[in-house]
Write a protein that binds this ligand. Structure first.
Ligand SMILES: [Zn+2]
Length: 237
């Protein structure tokens, strides 16, 4: 048993899934919880994994259907109309390279490809902003783990903007991610991007939120990051 674990064969398992687009049933890899060992968890909740760590659960967040190529996450919720069905068939199913195995073990490049396919699939069917926010934030974390600073920043910017749009349009599911957490993330991502005054505005919305007593974790985080943002703002001035 030990040997199997050490060889890495047992760290992943196959999860049964069904494609929401073509109804094909297949399996997609997931990392067993006991093998998930991030180096640290950042102030935007990003679990950061060593570059050589193959048991990175972020690699397996996106599911790619081997039959039609439609790529999705658990957040996807939009129904398919006739027009969007045609778009997915023309733009993805007819074009996808079926020689690439998205259901097996993934490395950084395989994961990156799967994320970009999910972003494209989501765009074709007009998914909610929260879907893109979560995809872009995770793609930023993966890039952070591999030291790709420019790509990290690019996806942090997209994530910040999509979270903001999700908040404005209230297209998130509070049970999955409460509003106060989204406000905190908009603040923290903007702080990381150097938009200190915007960060402070969102942190103050967290601290004054009607549900602050139920969510002291975010209030405490917002207080400490607010101080950082204010110091950074004064530093810039
Ligand atoms: Zn499919």
């Amino acid at each position: 048993m030990k040997e199997i674990e050490l060889s890495g064969l047992d760290t992943l398992y196959d999860k049964k899934v069904q494609c929401p687009f073509c109804s094909h049933s297949f399996t997609s890899k997931k990392v067993r919880i006991k093998f998930i060992k991030p180096l640290k968890v950042d102030s935007d909740f990003g679990p950061i994994f060593a570059k050589e760590d193959k048991n990175n659960p972020l690699f397996y967040y996106v599911i790619v259907c081997p039959n039609c190529g439609f790529s999705f996450t658990e957040d996807f919720s939009k129904p398919f109309g006739q027009l969007t069905k045609q778009k997915v068939e023309d733009e993805i199913s007819k074009k996808i390279d079926r020689n690439i195995d998205y259901c097996g073990v993934r490395d950084f490049l395989g994961a990156e490809r799967a994320y970009k396919l999910a972003i494209y699939s989501g765009q074709l069917i007009g998914e909610n902003h929260i879907v893109f926010a979560n995809l872009c934030l995770r793609l930023a974390w993966i890039n952070r783990g591999t030291g790709k600073k420019e790509e990290e920043r690019r996806f942090l910017q997209l994530a910040a903007s999509e979270f903001e749009q999700s908040y404005i349009n209230t297209d998130f599911i509070p049970k999955n991610m409460p509003e106060i957490q989204i406000l905190y993330l908009i603040g923290e991502l903007n702080r990381q991007l150097g938009n200190s005054s915007k960060a402070v505005r969102y942190f103050s919305a967290v601290i004054g939120h009607p549900e602050k007593s139920k969510n002291s974790k975010y209030v405490n985080l917002a207080r400490s990051q607010w101080k950082l943002a204010a110091d950074e703002y004064r530093g810039i001035k």
